[in-house]
Design a protein around this ligand. Structure first.
Ligand code: SIN
Ligand code: MN
Length: 278
């Protein structure tokens, strides 16, 4: 799939690009069935909500040739190469399973903050392709984005619930390398409230609703968040983060696990044929 000049300009201006019908109904139903199988697995790659439901499952392709094929599909890789402007490799993948009624929120953040602070990624030449496995409506926790917010660069992030009377705990939390603190609903690096208010007033807010089979490509510095799922409809997504091969990670003393932060920097080769069904 080749993006047009207009699509490239939209992405440059807004920090995201939304494309419908990238996956067929049949493909989505196959992926959902495979997702249900994979998330049953007992694994450190599985992150739970406070209520015990699955929140995320990292690197599903390690358990599934089908997801491995998705990561290498031309219809995702070619647009991502164009948007980043170089060859790319897979930095991270995860299933975000936002279950009906109980799926929890994602506070406002920029993805690149995590990759910079936790993995030492040199620049923000990185994006995520979010594949919609269900229809996303106003009730089941759509992603909120602030168009153009990626142009600010990377902001000084804060921990929203900083305990007033516990500086010692906070200090330890901020400097900790425990990878779990980046993955739960208590996000470690969030965007300061006054900055958010300014940007939303200036640029508005978009709720990224859309049909199953759509893909949202978004920049590593885009401000984004999502609310709880209070509806009876699941909002499951598969997210693939592609990074420029010119932006690979330096050696660090305590790297995060490979399933969160890949250190295989080889450029992705697309699958021969652009299909995922047997
Ligand atoms: C993310 O920010 O990584 C995902 C947010 C969401 O699934 O709504
Ligand atoms: Mn994110």
């Amino acid at each position: 799939m080749k993006l047009s000049e207009d699509q490239l300009n939209d992405y440059k201006k807004n920090g995201f690009l939304f494309i419908e019908n990238v996956f067929s109904e049949k493909e989505i139903s196959t992926l959902l069935t495979e997702m249900e199988r994979v998330i049953e697995e007992d694994s450190p790659r599985k992150i739970l909500e406070k209520n015990g439901q699955v929140r995320s499952f990292f690197a599903p392709e390690l358990s599934s040739p089908l997801f491995e094929n998705v990561v290498r599909l031309d219809r995702l890789v070619s647009p991502s190469r164009q948007l980043i402007g170089s060859s790319i490799y897979k930095h991270q993948t995860k299933l975000n399973t936002k279950h009906a009624i109980v799926g929890d929120w994602w506070d406002w953040h920029q993805d690149y903050t995590y990759w910079k602070k936790e993995d030492g990624m040199p620049s923000s030449d990185v994006l995520t392709a979010m594949i919609y496995l269900n229809d996303v409506n106003e009730f089941n926790g759509p992603l909120f984005v602030i168009p153009g917010s990626h142009t600010i660069g990377t902001v000084d992030a804060t921990f929203r619930d900083k305990p007033e009377d516990n500086d010692e705990w906070f200090e330890e939390y901020q400097t900790s390398t425990t990878y779990m603190s980046a993955l739960t609903a208590d996000l470690k690096y969030t965007i300061p409230e006054n900055l958010l208010a300014d940007w939303i007033t200036k640029k508005g807010l978009i709720s990224m609703k859309g049909k199953a089979g759509s893909v949202l490509f978004f920049h590593g510095n885009l401000f984004h968040a999502s609310t709880n799922n209070l509806s009876p409809w699941n909002r499951h997504t598969f997210l693939i983060t592609y990074n420029s091969t010119n932006n690979s990670l330096p050696d660090t003393p305590n790297p995060r696990p490979e399933f969160i932060s890949s250190r295989d920097f080889s450029a992705i080769e697309c699958t021969e044929k652009d299909f995922i069904l047997p």
